[in-house]
Design a protein around this ligand. Structure first.
Ligand code: ADP
Ligand code: MG
Length: 716
């Protein structure tokens, strides 16, 4: 009979409620999850030898009969030692276990047993030290039949309290032995890519004959997940292309006029990007484009030009920023760009501020104006999308720093009912975290991308230095000198993780919200402490100011504004300044606890300086000197965000890198996300499958898996 993979684990023989609860800690609640709990490594005990051939220092396996067994307790060491003597046709050997007195009960005299362990030579001769053991029947002792725990490549799993590898083998092995499962992966695809069939893959991954078989099996299982992700992306793309969007005809003369009105000339990459965006927007189906560009490469102006162009025919654009500070900054930039264009109306709408055409207005009035189509460009935080704002003429949605937004927030925005016409807006996402294209396709779906590589003219490279604690004072002196010359300084405090500890010290009655709040407080405290230290002890002579999450939004904006205007020398803040803030006179970025941040993120911080004509510096202060790892020094030499992102992804793994670690994506998929070759294969396979069978009618198993995956994503 076929195994029902969705069967709860409790229905597996010999899993009681206690074990089920423990297994749940490993994320195992169904048979599928048990079978897909893959070994983290294998112990190689496949070297089975006659006892006479044991070699000291080797890991070997033997089979024989127990001829004597005894335990004794050694008082000074508080330790039980169990010793058994094993015999086969070639000779006899001792096996010794520490603190496992129960072994004496199960390996009584006369038992046939298989042992795997390290061979040790001491003054009493050869022995096996703490070997794995399993009782075997007469036929197995002859080398026939299946061994689970000894005499072969033994799977080692990630364990948790009460769930040992041995227990997992005990559960998994019988399932594997009788495994019957249909294979969702079409045979033609398997053949094309040389991938094993599902049951053999599962068998080989848990009980491989050779390590190569296990590796190929893993690849096959990872391929399954990647294929689903690709099928999903391609189908969504197909569905998107069936949707209708406003066509915004390109008007080259108008665009040229807008570009000439800019205070600078665009880089070539910016020109290409804007052209690509405008071409997409001419189409009757929605654009789905990712604009990638290093920090400071000038993505904002590309988005604003597209919005201004759309406004020409009265179309609306929403620009979403991940933070209030950034939304306010975009509004200011836009206001300047629009000074010569009174016909284009715009508004700012965030949690706490509301401006219409640059002047304070009530939120209600702005929403009404947007709803009547009288406002063309709305800049806001996601409060805008949560609220009941209607956009009757929405043509374009821009998501800045898209990685900051959850997948479902993006989905909400794209919903057609957001505006009455039934048309779906064009979508432009922007990110400063460069993503390899294959990976973007997998994680973000099938989208087009524009890349800005070239930086605007006159950008200074930022001299970067990892600073040992002994040089701290020297750096402070250097900073003082820079400030005297009129420059400004950012100081970033590290992220502090307290949620974990909180949960442990208050096991009951603590909501995640409280956890979040206390994390926020810890952050605030870090900023306040650093502020106190810098303003009172280190730089009493300079103007130091701080910015943190417990300040009123108005206060925050004031501080940012004042800093931009040069009223303060040093701004101490949490990582909120990471995204987008633009202060061209700031030349120094000092990062405390730098080792707590990812490279890509540090690079983003660094991108906050080096925007004016002055030489700029980034100082990385690790938590302690030992933490100044090779990781941080990569920043001293690499200035290219793409290269750094790749290094970062290699170091931290794609899960951490994309913040999808908690997304429920299985480890094996995570692993596969770092394997572009496999992603490419999966993508090609998905195309082939969908070409022949667009509705997946002939691949019902794949269709079912896809549906299951979608429901997981939606319930997030
Ligand atoms: P990011 O890509 O990080 O979002 P921004 O769009 O904030 O970068 O641009 C950073 C700064 O560069 C802004 O002050 C912007 O006005 C300026 N800028 C953008 N494009 C150019 C250009 N072609 N020449 C000179 N300065 C530019
Ligand atoms: Mg930006």
């Amino acid at each position: 009979m076929e195994l029902d993979l969705m069967m709860p684990i409790t229905r597996v023989r010999s899993v009681g409620t206690r074990s089920a609860a423990r297994l749940a800690k490993l994320g195992i609640t169904t048979v599928r999850q048990l079978l897909w709990h893959l070994p983290t490594r294998y112990e190689d005990y496949s070297d089975s030898v006659p006892i006479a051939d044991l070699v000291p220092g080797e890991k070997q396996s033997i089979r024989g009969e127990v001829v004597a067994v005894s335990s004794r307790f050694i008082w000074p060491k508080r330790m039980t030692i169990t010793t058994a003597t094993l015999r086969d046709a070639s000779g006899a050997v001792r096996a010794v276990w520490f603190n496992q007195p129960y072994i004496e009960e199960s390996l009584t005299e006369g038992t046939l047993v298989s042992l795997s362990g390290k061979v040790v030579l001491d003054k009493r001769g050869l022995s096996l030290s703490n070997p794995l053991y399993e009782r075997v029947g007469a036929s197995e002792a002859d080398g026939v039949g299946q061994l689970r725990h000894t005499g072969r490549l033994i799977p080692i799993y990630s364990e948790t309290a009460g769930v040992t590898s041995k227990y997992l083998r005990f559960l998994i092995q019988p399932l594997i032995e009788q495994l019957k499962l249909p294979d969702p992966l079409p045979e033609s695809i398997r053949r094309e890519y040389g991938l094993p069939e599902l049951v053999s893959a599962l068998t080989a991954v848990h009980y491989p004959q050779r390590l190569e078989d296990a590796a190929l099996a893993r690849e096959r299982l990872a391929f399954d997940d990647l294929l689903l992700l690709q099928l999903k992306a391609l189908r969504e793309r197909r569905q998107m292309n069936l949707l209708k969007s406003v066509r915004v005809p390109m008007d080259a003369v108008h665009m040229k006029g807008l570009i000439q009105g800019l205070p600078f000339s665009l880089t070539r990459d910016q020109r290409v990007a804007i052209l690509e965006v405008l071409k997409d927007m001419e189409r009757p189906y929605p654009m789905n484009r990712l604009l990638e560009g290093d920090v400071g490469s000038g993505k904002t102006v590309v988005a604003l030009l597209a919005a201004m162009h759309a406004a020409r025919e009265g179309h609306q654009t929403v620009i979403l920023a991940p933070t209030e500070v950034l939304a306010v900054q975009h509004e200011r930039t836009l206001r300047k760009l629009l000074s010569g264009h009174p016909e284009i109306r715009f508004a700012l709408l965030t949690g706490t501020s509301a401006l219409r055409d640059g002047r304070p207005a009530s939120k209600a009035a702005i929403k009404r104006a947007v709803g009547s189509g009288a406002v063309h460009i709305v800049i806001g935080t996601h409060a805008v999308i949560r609220d009941d704002v209607r956009f009757p003429r929405l043509a374009l949605v821009v998501i800045d720093e898209q990685h900051r937004f959850g997948i479902h927030q993006r989905a909400t925005l794209m919903k057609a009912e957001r505006h009455s016409s039934g048309l779906v807006p064009h979508l432009l996402s922007m990110t400063a975290t460069p993503i390899p294209r294959t990976l973007a396709l997998t994680v973000l779906g099938d989208l087009d991308s524009s890349i800005i590589k070239e930086k605007p003219a006159g950008r200074q490279p930022v001299q970067t230095q990892v600073v040992p604690s002994s040089s701290r004072d020297r750096v402070y002196e250097f900073i003082r000198g820079q400030v005297r010359e009129g420059r400004q300084v950012f100081v970033v405090c590290p992220v502090i993780e307290v949620v974990q500890q909180e949960e442990q010290s208050h096991p009951a009655g603590r909501s995640p919200r409280q956890g979040k709040l206390s994390a926020l407080w810890a952050q605030v405290k870090a900023v306040q402490d650093e502020y106190a230290k810098l303003s009172k002890e280190v730089f009493p002579d300079l103007r130091v100011v701080m910015l943190h999450g417990r300040m009123k939004s108005k206060e925050k904006q004031e501080v940012m504004h004042e800093f931009k205007e040069g009223w303060h020398d040093i701004l101490v803040s949490t990582s909120v300044i990471e995204v987008g803030v633009d202060v061209s006179n700031a030349t120094i970025m000092l990062i405390e606890g730098a080792d707590r941040f990812g490279l890509a993120q540090l690079h983003q911080f660094r991108g906050r300086v080096g925007r004016g004509g002055h030489a700029s510096y980034c100082f990385l202060f690790p938590t302690d000197d030992g933490a100044a790892s090779a990781r941080l020094s990569a920043l001293e030499t690499l200035d290219d965000g793409f290269a750094l992102a790749e290094a970062d992804m290699k170091l931290r793994g794609p899960g951490e890198f994309f913040g999808i670690k908690q997304s429920g994506m299985p480890d094996i998929t995570m692993e596969a996300l770092g394997n572009p070759v496999l992603i490419k294969k999966a993508r090609a396979a998905a195309r082939v499958i969908l070409k022949a069978d667009p509705g997946l009618k002939h691949n019902p198993l794949l269709a079912a898996q896809l549906a299951a995956m979608q429901s997981v994503v939606h319930s997030e």
